[in-house]
Ligand binder design. Structure first.
Ligand SMILES: NC(=O)C1=CN([C@@H]2O[C@H](COP(=O)(O)OP(=O)(O)OC[C@H]3O[C@@H](n4cnc5c(N)ncnc54)[C@H](OP(=O)(O)O)[C@@H]3O)[C@@H](O)[C@H]2O)C=CC1
Ligand SMILES: O=C(O)[C@@H]1CCC=N1
Length: 264
């Protein structure tokens, strides 16, 4: 596999790290306008850094786009004449519909729209994907790439905005909960390093337990809440203060915003 990442910023470099660590690609082009700022990535085998998107596309088969939405259209215009049948185009761009990509480069390309998160750097991204009609022939390939870097599912394009909130922004929501737990643990007497460790690993345990058991969270919660015990006391107070409600409201606000991004 020969891969190019067009737009090597926060997400692009997270994908690059995941691909490098998992040995998933034989060559990897990383592009950005200020290429010097990531020149040190060339220390990894097979990595080439450049500001020349066209060179990257000519020399690669899998093209992953990770630029901000406002830059994507110009880049597609720049590179459209270089695209051939060998290319699989994977966009991570928020709110940029497949129909808009097709209106610029045409329908006769393998186009995958994806929504990973930054945990892709450690092979733990929850990634949602969908494709154009021709891209259906490359969905299994895209799934294989993203499954190597975490877990992927195929969804209808209409759900891509919601998936962005839950999975891509979602990782930040969970991290804020981990931070809040850390603050609570410090108040209870742990030093900050210990508090952080306790919060992170307890969160990972909760998630791993649900993934492994396939159970509903409330079923596992029932095993923890001893009657008249401290867990139910804490949970009920959190709910009185609006824990679930504030999470749901945050998710809905994020979704309203993402629909604005999609209109531009
Ligand atoms: N951050 C995240 O967790 C997630 C982001 N996304 C989506 O991924 C995309 C990127 O987000 P994010 O990584 O946060 O943004 P960043 O701003 O961190 O990265 C974008 C990169 O694109 C580069 N760039 C801009 N113009 C060009 C160009 N013409 N050619 C090549 N590279 C260019 C910029 O570098 P330079 O200025 O040097 O060119 C920059 O490094 C967005 O569309 C976002 O919606 C999706 C899921 C998660
Ligand atoms: O905040 C954003 O708009 C992008 C999309 C999801 C994660 N980062």
């Amino acid at each position: 596999m020969k891969t190019a990442i067009i737009g090597s910023g926060n997400l692009g470099l997270a994908i690059a790290k995941g691909l490098i660590v998992s040995n998933a690609t034989t060559s990897l082009y990383l592009t950005k306008r200020n290429a010097d700022s990531i020149k040190d990535w060339e220390k990894y085998k097979g990595v080439k850094v450049t500001s020349d998107n066209r060179e990257a596309i000519r020399n690669s088969d899998i093209i992953i786009f990770a630029v901000q939405p406002r830059h994507f259209e110009n880049i597609l215009e720049q590179i459209k004449l270089l695209l051939t049948d060998k290319h699989v185009l994977i966009s991570t761009i928020t709110g940029f519909k497949i129909s808009k990509i097709e209106s610029i480069i045409g329908k006769d390309h393998y186009i995958i729209r994806s929504m990973p998160n930054t945990a892709i750097s450690v092979g733990k991204s929850m990634t949602c994907i969908c494709s154009n009609e021709k891209g259906k022939q490359r969905v299994e390939l895209a799934k294989a790439i993203f499954d190597r870097l975490g877990t992927s599912i195929e969804i209808p394009e209409e759900q891509m905005q919601a998936a962005t909130v839950i999975c891509a922004s979602g990782i930040a929501f969970w991290m804020r909960l981990i931070r809040a737990t850390t603050q609570g643990a410090i108040q209870l007497g742990f030093d900050s390093k210990e508090a952080h460790q306790l919060a992170m690993h307890t969160c990972m345990g909760a998630s791993s337990l649900l993934v492994a058991s396939g159970k509903h969270p409330e079923e596992e919660i029932d095993r923890v809440t001893t009657p008249r015990g401290c867990t139910i006391e804490g949970l009920n107070e959190m709910e009185h203060q609006g824990l679930s409600s504030s999470l749901i409201k945050g998710i809905v606000s994020s979704f309203k915003k993402i629909n604005d991004i999609g209109k531009n």
